[in-house]
Structures are given as C-alpha cells and as structure tokens.
Design a protein around this ligand. Structure first.
Ligand code: GLU
Length: 510
C-alpha cells in the first residue's frame, strides 16, 4: 500500500508528479494499492479549487488511485481536514505515556526565544518550558479555556533512526531534535503528526516522498515506537534540480553573477548578467509545473517518460516506455542516490520523438488549435500543413511561429536571397524571380505536383542549378530561411494570387 499525499497548492509541481509516478508504479508493479491522501491541515495556505487540480493532474497523467477522497475506500476519509477528530485521541495517548505534553507558551514568548537563539547564531529549539507544569496547573489552564498546542516530548538523550531504502541507515542524536508541535492551536494536526497517524491507520507499507522529510523522519520513528506501531518502509527521493536564475522571494530581485573578486559580470552591452545557480525546481522561481507544460503543448506521454527517467534508471539501455510498460519494470533498485537535473532540451527531444510517433490523424487533431492561432482554417489546408509540420514539431506551442509567414509575409532583408551553398547571388536571385513570375502565371493546374513538374522541367533551360532557382523563390514566398515544406508546398498553400504577389515583392527588393 503506497500513498501520494500532496498539499493542495493549486498546481502540480513536477517533482511531486514524479513522486506520484514512482509511488503509483511501485504499487502496480507489486500488485499493491495506490492511495491518494490530501494533506490540507495548513488551512492558511488553502487555495480554492486546488484539490481538483490534483484530481485532474493525476487523471491526465494516467495515475489512477485505488483509494482516495473521490473514489472512497476502507480507511477514509482521505482528506486530512475531514479527519480532524482522528488525531486527538492519539495525541492524548502520547501525553499519558509521557511522549507528548501540553504547551501554553504564547507567540511572544516563543518569538523572543527564537530571536535570542538566532542572535547567538543557534537554531531555535523549544526549551521544554511547559513540560514542567504540574498536572493540576495544566487542568486549570485547560478548564480556563487557555489556548494550547501539543508537543512531542523528544528524549534529551539517546539516538533516533531508521533505515531508508535509498539513504540506508539514518540516525541522529535526540538532543538535536526539536519538540515539534503535533496538534496546533486550531486543533488540527501538523504534518509531523498527521503523516504518522495516517500512514499507520491507512496501512501504508511504503512511504515515498521528497528528501526534505529525511531529517524529520527520525522523529516520526519515535512516535511510531511510542504508539507501539511498526513504521513503514521509507523511500526518500532525491530532489529534482535545475540550473537557472534565482529570485529573492521577498524582494523579487534576481541574484546577479559576480566574478571571483565580487564584481558584477557584464554582457557584451555592459549590462550585469543574472547568476545561474543549481537549485531545486520551483514554480515560484518560474519553473514550469505539469499544467504549464501541458498548456505549452507537451504530450503527457512524453512528460511522463521523461520524468520517470529523471531519478530512476531501468535495467538496460531502453529509453522509451509507456506507462503500462513502466508498471511492469519499475523497481526501487533503479532509484538514484544523487539529485537529478531537469533539462528542458532533453524534454523537448522526448516530446519531438513522441510527436513523430503520433498517427497523422492524431497529430492533426492536436496541432489544429495551435495552427488556428496563426492561420484561418478556412484559408489554409491544415491537413497538408500537418503533414509538413509533424516531423519538425518539438513542442506544439512553436507551431504558430513556424507558420505565421503564410498569413502575413514578414518584413525580410534582401540578404536572405544570398546563399553560398545554393550558389544564389543577388544577380542569380533576380534572374530566378524574373523567370519564376511568368512561369507560375502560366501554370494551368495549381497543384504541388503541377508546380513541381512545370518548374523542374523549365530550370535547365534557364541555365540555372535547382538551388539557384528554388532558394530565392522560397525566400520570396516565405520571407524566412527555414520553412515547413519547400517552394512548391508553400506556393500551393498560398495559392496563385498570393504567391505571385510575393514573388513580385521579392523582385522589388533586388
Ligand atoms: N504533503 C506533503 C507534501 O506535499 C507530503 C509529504 C509526504 O508524502 O509524506 O510535501
């Protein structure tokens, strides 16, 4: 029994999606069950509609859960805020056995203690002040309705540890651990408590999550022990990193590059350049979420395939896997022990490969709305365009930019007519366009084949090489060096009238 336990943040972080993917795949591989649990105990951070984003992302990704808030299951509810009453009895049990205690310390007291610790350069640790309260005093203060939290009572001596599937044996000295809050003043549990209670009550056997929880996990082991429970197997995953710019979260200012003397690094125009750092992937730093990638026209299958390999290696060299295939081969042994780097270029490459494998029909279906951003479907043959574009599509969002020249001729420099490889000079280009205009005017049947045959048959008579003729014609028709399709395809798509108009405009530039 594995679980994916996201907080409803309003988007699906790619690192989280990867965690969900591994968690799902492991359950499927082992014939187990994959559970969705919503961790919404931090009500201040609640984003409306955020749970739907989670459902939709999982559904789009194909990661179907066997139990969860929307599908039910034997150990629900699966939303932590709806389990509010579940946690208190366990907290009380811990209080009775001495593993937890009431704390009435005010915000002010805690803040000044924190400031004091920080001034000394120490990390704040709660001083167990309320642990010394007598039973009577606690009762009186509770009866008086004083606000309280419940804290874990970490032993002052000894060690706490556990075995992690990836990191091996992890152990810390108890005196380095803080007496974390288990139940907050609003009566809701903290993550530190809820994860233990829920993972146990939900019968979770394998916990996979980000390694930011690695340092807290020893505390959780103490809770399991105190409650007389067996902890699950822990698999703490290394983070998904990127190399990118870094903004100060408070000021919004970018970290700037500096040389070894601390002086700013300048670009060729004398402007300071932003530093490129290795950091965790983060939506607030501008890195894309799963939804962002889909909105940019990445294919789900490509994203999944790319993500699974970001931190997991299959046995052997194979790179392309469907989700179904992954369900059969995924294992914990292949999980990486070092951080992985998200690389947009590599994702683009995967995406292009998946685009190439689409059926022409499917490609047309996905590409059409993107093409319609640049072209009127009533005026251009999308089917033919799709055939020309499929092999050149990396990401669908690039399509409008690739075909906009058909709707409107870009303003281009006559230098484009010059091409050494094609032996195209301003003079030969001029001659080519001069010959092309009457030739195309005289073509009876305006089809690609008709254009091709008529032109190819005429070129030798003009004393030109094919490239010398076709290069300037394609430049005049498109106004750009790189186009989907060649001169004949473009001329056909544009139609006779527009093509002739563009050839004449080209000639005027020469
Ligand atoms: N709610 C936690 C998060 O989104 C999940 C951690 C866990 O899987 O235990 O980071």
């Amino acid at each position: 029994r594995t679980r994916f336990a996201p907080c409803p943040t309003g988007y699906m972080h790619l690192g989280n999606l990867r965690t969900a993917l591994y968690t799902y795949l492991y359950a499927r591989r082992k014939g187990g069950r994959f559970i969705l649990r919503i961790e919404d105990t931090d009500q201040e951070r609640e984003v409306p509609g955020a749970i739907d984003v989670i459902y939709n992302s999982l559904k789009t990704a194909g990661l179907s859960h066997d139990e969860g808030p929307d599908v039910g299951g034997p150990v629900g509810p699966y939303i932590q805020s709806q389990r509010k009453d579940t946690y208190m009895p366990y907290a009380k049990r811990l209080i009775e056995s001495g593993h937890a205690y009431y704390c009435f310390c005010t915000k002010e007291r805690l803040e000044s203690a924190r400031a004091e610790a920080e001034a000394k350069g120490e990390t704040f640790k709660y001083d167990k002040h309320c642990l010394r309260l007598s039973k009577e005093e606690i009762r009186a203060r509770l009866d008086a309705g004083e606000e309280y939290v419940i804290r874990q009572n970490i032993p002052s001596e000894g060690k706490a540890g556990f075995d992690d599937v990836i990191y091996g044996h992890v152990e810390v000295d108890c005196d380095t651990l803080d007496d974390n809050v288990l139940i907050k003043a609003d009566g809701l549990p903290t993550y530190n408590f809820a994860n233990v209670i829920d993972d146990h009550l939900m019968g979770i056997t394998h916990v996979m999550r980000g390694n930011e929880y690695l340092s807290s996990a020893p505390k959780y082991t103490l809770l399991y022990r105190a409650l007389g429970w067996e902890p699950p197997a822990y698999v703490h995953l290394t983070p998904v990193m990127v190399e990118g710019t870094q903004k100060n979260k408070k000021t919004g200012e970018y970290l700037m590059a500096a040389d070894e003397n601390g002086n700013p690094v300048l670009d060729e125009n004398g402007n300071p350049v932003k530093a490129i750092v290795k950091r965790k992937m983060s939506k607030s730093q501008g890195d894309p979420s799963f939804e962002d990638l889909l909105a940019q026209g990445y294919l789900v299958e490509a994203v999944i395939n790319y993500l699974v390999l970001l931190g997991w290696s299959p046995r052997g060299e194979r790179e392309f896997y469907t989700l179904k295939e992954l369900e059969e081969v995924f294992d914990l042994e292949g999980l990486s022990k070092s951080p992985s780097f998200f690389d947009m270029q590599k994702l683009n490459w995967f995406n292009a490969e998946y685009v190439r494998r689409l059926s022409p029909e499917k490609y047309l279906e996905i590409a059409s709305p993107w093409m319609a951003r640049a072209l009127d479907p009533a005026k251009f043959d999308f089917r033919r365009l799709a055939e020309l574009l499929q092999g050149r599509t990396e990401v669908f969002s690039q399509l409008p930019g690739m075909i906009r020249f058909l709707a409107e001729l870009p303003d281009y420099s006559p230098e484009l007519f010059v091409n050494r490889k094609q032996k195209s000079t301003p003079e030969s280009a001029k001659a080519a366009l001069e010959a092309a205009i009457p030739l195309l005017e005289g073509i009876g049947e305006w089809t690609e084949a008709g254009l091709h045959d008529r032109v190819m048959e005429a070129i030798p008579g003009l004393g030109m090489k094919n490239g010398q003729f076709l290069w300037p014609v394609r430049i005049a028709l498109s106004g750009q060096m790189s186009t989907p399709g060649g001169a004949f395809e473009i001329a056909w798509l544009l139609g006779r009238e527009e093509s002739l108009k563009r050839l004449k405009q080209g000639l005027e530039k020469l």
